[in-house]
Design a protein around this ligand. Structure first.
Ligand code: ADP
Length: 265
């Protein structure tokens, strides 16, 4: 995913699971950074998109990866038409505009990123641009949101307490069955009975996660399966392509998953 900026239009559909919308609004009102913890595909990004649009704020989304450096966030000098010009990165633009900046999978980013984030996430609320000598003070309305997936954590990639303790935090998990059914049906156009059946299958598969599966099936994959089914694909093929193949390459695990499917269908 490329970095994107989304301008506030109508808020995309988001089904809350608890009081996360209130927490986001209050954090935003008070200029506090927020960390969303949870497995992949459980709605963190959609939540941020929904809240940014609801608050009428532009949203800068950065998909962090292990090569992402502070310069990618802050900006750099680029050669344009024979001239060297400074180009703001997404974080700098968000600070200048008092927008929301969302750093997806923050622990993937390189270590120098945390150095930049520290003064921005405490009461200084400043962004230092070393290369230009500028020091920006984040205006009211600027908010930093980050996400990470505790399931992927390993010793090398742990969020340092000094960074963690600068963020308010909330845990996301897969929605409860009735809510997840509503999400799957609404996103795919599949009828709620068949969506509920997929969600039931999802629940069974999630009980396997941690044992043979690194992670349970995401809401995103259930939506993919539902979308194929809503387009007329038969259940077996849809589940094979959207759930079994994406979850594992291991034949034994795939067989175990197919056995689970047979208990639901
Ligand atoms: P994450 O950022 O946690 O990896 P996403 O926000 O991209 O996951 O969610 C994946 C997809 O699942 C979204 O595009 C959306 O279609 C759907 N989804 C998941 N949870 C919800 C929810 N609570 N409300 C609406 N859609 C959801």
């Amino acid at each position: 995913m490329k970095d994107t900026v989304t301008l506030p239009v109508s808020a995309p559909y988001y089904q809350p699971s608890g009081r996360e919308c209130e927490l986001f609004e209050t954090s935003h009102e008070n200029g506090l950074p927020l960390l969303l913890k949870g497995p992949t595909g459980c709605g963190k990004t959609r939540f941020v998109e929904h809240m940014a649009a609801k608050l009428g704020k532009p949203l800068y989304t950065v998909a962090c990866h292990d090569d992402l450096s502070a310069a990618d966030l802050i900006g750099r000098y680029l050669l344009k038409g024979g001239q060297t010009v400074w180009v703001d990165g997404p974080l700098t633009r968000a600070v200048r505009e008092g927008a929301i900046c969302y750093l997806d999978e923050i622990i993937e980013a390189r270590k120098d990123v945390t150095v930049v984030l520290h003064p921005l996430t405490d009461n200084r609320r400043t962004l230092m641009i070393d290369r230009t000598g500028e020091e920006l003070v984040a205006p009211e309305g600027f908010m930093l949101v980050a996400s990470y997936n505790p399931g992927y954590q390993n010793v090398l990639k742990r969020m340092k307490p000094s960074t963690r303790q600068r963020f308010l935090s909330v845990t996301f998990d897969f929605p409860k069955p009735d809510l997840e059914t509503a999400v799957v049906a609404s996103e795919s156009g599949l009828d709620s009975n068949r969506a509920a059946q997929l969600v039931r299958l999802g629940g069974h598969i999630r009980t396997l996660s941690g044992m043979d599966l690194e992670e349970g099936v995401s809401t995103r994959l259930l939506i993919y399966a539902a979308t194929l089914m809503a387009s007329g694909m038969n259940v077996t093929h849809a589940i094979e392509a959207a759930i079994i193949e994406p979850l594992s390459d291991d034949e034994d695990v795939q067989t175990a998953l197919r056995d689970l499917v047979a208990t639901v269908y």
